[in-house]
Write a protein that binds this ligand. Structure first.
Ligand code: GCO
Length: 251
């Protein structure tokens, strides 16, 4: 169960953090993973590391915010590997600022990466998945698609919209054997959150507000991605699978 043998998976933002954990997990259960990041150097270094012993990894460098490059990259993946069976829209950014100081261009930048790119990539991948008779689209959402905190309006809005986009694509693509779901990580100790982990008061707040009383681990998010990508999740459609240690359901 939960094998991905023979599947081609494109994971955006997979040179580090949650994406890298997902890449390792999916290669570990048989997938060929196409690593993505913005720079050739990082992409090929991680692809080479991932290929060790399996040969089941390659790379493609593009900035997801460049929607034409992102769309073209999907075509390149299909040309190179014959298919795109799994798309993980994982690349995401954060911007934290009190509302009065929150610049419009920062809002636009977050929405571009976190929402516009997942839409464009899903649209491009779905065409090929429909032709192949099925596929998996997994969006990295967030617990912040369900709850919120001050100073991160663009991130909360983008992740809330990802939940809606996931449902919209799920209903349209399900008849084609394509499932579309999202993963909603809670507070995970990734590079994006280093400032929070290093802030003693914030760190304690996370521990106090999380029933599991700890930060999440990247491999715990990756396991959810493997499940949603697997044949065993063929009847899961339009869901946000929260992996948050219980934070979203606790007072
Ligand atoms: C923050 C954090 C959060 C979480 C994210 C996990 O600034 O509060 O970045 O947004 O890390 O929600 O999905």
């Amino acid at each position: 169960m939960f094998r991905l043998d023979g599947k081609v998976a494109l994971i955006t933002g997979s040179t580090r953090g949650l994406g890298w954990a997902m890449a390792q997990a999916m290669v570990g259960v048989g997938a060929h993973v196409v690593v993505n990041g913005r720079t050739e150097q990082a992409v090929w270094a991680k692809a080479a590391e991932l290929s060790l012993g399996t040969g089941r990894s390659s790379g493609i460098a593009f900035d997801v915010a460049d929607l034409s490059a992102a769309t073209a990259a999907v075509e390149t993946v299909v040309e190179r590997h014959g298919a795109i069976d799994i798309l993980v829209n994982n690349a995401g950014i954060q911007h934290r600022s009190p509302l009065a100081d929150f610049e419009q261009h920062e809002w636009d930048r977050v929405m571009g990466v976190n929402l516009d790119a997942p839409f464009a990539l899903a649209r491009a991948a779905a065409v090929h998945m429909m032709g192949a008779g099925g596929g998996r689209i997994i969006n990295t959402g967030s617990v912040m698609g369900q709850i919120a905190r001050p100073t991160i309006p663009a991130y909360v809005a983008s992740k809330s919209a990802i939940a809606g986009l996931t449902r919209a694509l799920a209903v349209e693509l399900a008849p084609h054997g394509i499932t579309v779901n999202a993963i909603g990580p809670g507070y995970v100790a990734t590079e994006m959150n280093t400032p929070l982990v290093n802030d003693a008061a914030f760190n304690q707040m996370v521990i106090d507000r999380t029933p599991a009383a700890r930060w999440g681990r990247p491999h715990e998010i990756a396991a959810a991605a493997v499940f949603l990508a697997s044949d065993e999740a063929s009847y899961v459609n339009g869901q946000v699978l929260l992996v948050d240690g219980g934070m979203s359901i606790a007072l």
